[in-house]
Design a protein around this ligand. Structure first.
Ligand code: HSE
Length: 288
């Protein structure tokens, strides 16, 4: 017996939607689980040297929330860059949870898996987009994470500028202040309202207006210096710039008709970075 599942990369926050908004991207990690003696873990691709090969592997910890990891082989294929703000840990958790459901012959239900996943990753914006696919809003209600898939596509192109250096989310979160100025909170909550309306309506002008944040991006820009550089000198065709999750990857939101020129300029200006255009992944984590 074996099961094969895939989980998409994600970009969380989308500017002012801190710990709430997320989108799934067409870049997929994979996991194959089959019968074996003992517990075997193999990892190929991104993050190979940083990944445990035992029950401490995040994917196995997720799997173990549903069923036993003993007597199984886990083969991970990682395509999502590690610790770059593209949801690699969420994808690993989602793979473990969905594979465990399929192993047990249970249809995976994202609404049931999201609160389980939040035990391993307490901010559930990445994992929500990863499980559901598309563009999502997630929130906590009476101690449980919930999610609504709000759109299948967006009216601007997503171009990721991925630096070589990594940033751990836990470090990026530790750098946020315990309190913020009322003026900054008011600014960001207004932009978050615009973001929700823009995502739901598919209005490109509203979306561009929403891409401003004062709750997390200013505090993270030291570890993600491209954010300030791309805000001060936007690339051709850029309608906005956001930090992807906790960074250091930057998302440049390009107008459709200029997205090719935008990607070319970014690749020329930042030769040490990977510059990749991503479509929204309309499917979430599942068998393939
Ligand atoms: N919302 C989370 C944060 C996403 O910004 O810390 C982490 O990838």
């Amino acid at each position: 017996m074996s099961v094969r599942v895939r989980a998409p990369a994600t970009s969380a926050n989308l500017g002012p939607g801190f710990d709430c908004a997320g989108m799934a991207l067409e870049l997929w990690n994979e996991l194959e689980v089959s019968e074996a003696d003992g517990t075997v873990v193999e990892v190929e691709g991104e993050g190979v040297s940083e990944t445990p090969r035992d029950g401490n592997h995040l994917g196995l910890r997720a799997f173990a929330l549903i069923t036993d990891v003993e007597g199984k082989s886990f083969r991970f294929l990682n395509r999502i860059p590690f610790a770059r703000g593209l949801g690699s840990s969420s994808a690993t958790i989602a793979l473990g949870l969905v594979a465990a459901c399929l192993w047990e012959g249970v249809e995976p239900d994202p609404a049931e898996l999201l609160p389980l996943a939040a035990r391993l990753e307490p901010h559930a914006d990445n994992i929500a987009a990863c499980l559901y696919g598309g563009v999502t809003l997630a929130w906590e209600e009476e101690g449980l994470w919930r999610c609504r898939r709000i759109a299948d596509s967006l009216p601007l192109e997503t171009i990721a500028v991925i630096p070589e250096h990594s940033v751990e989310t836990v470090t990026a979160r530790a750098g946020l202040p315990a309190e913020v100025l009322h003026a900054d909170a008011a600014f960001s909550s207004g932009r978050a309202a615009l973001l929700g309306a823009a995502l739901a309506s598919g209005d490109a002008h509203l979306l561009a207006a929403a891409f401003h944040d004062r709750l997390h991006e200013p505090y993270r820009s030291v570890a993600a210096p491209l954010l300030g550089r791309l805000q001060e000198k936007p690339a051709r065709g850029s309608a906005g710039v956001t930090l992807s999750g906790s960074g250091p990857t930057i998302i440049v939101w390009a107008r459709h008709e200029e997205s090719q020129a935008c990607a070319e300029e970014l690749a020329e200006r930042f030769p040490d970075c990977r510059v990749l255009a991503f479509a929204v992944a309309t499917g979430g984590t599942g068998a393939f």
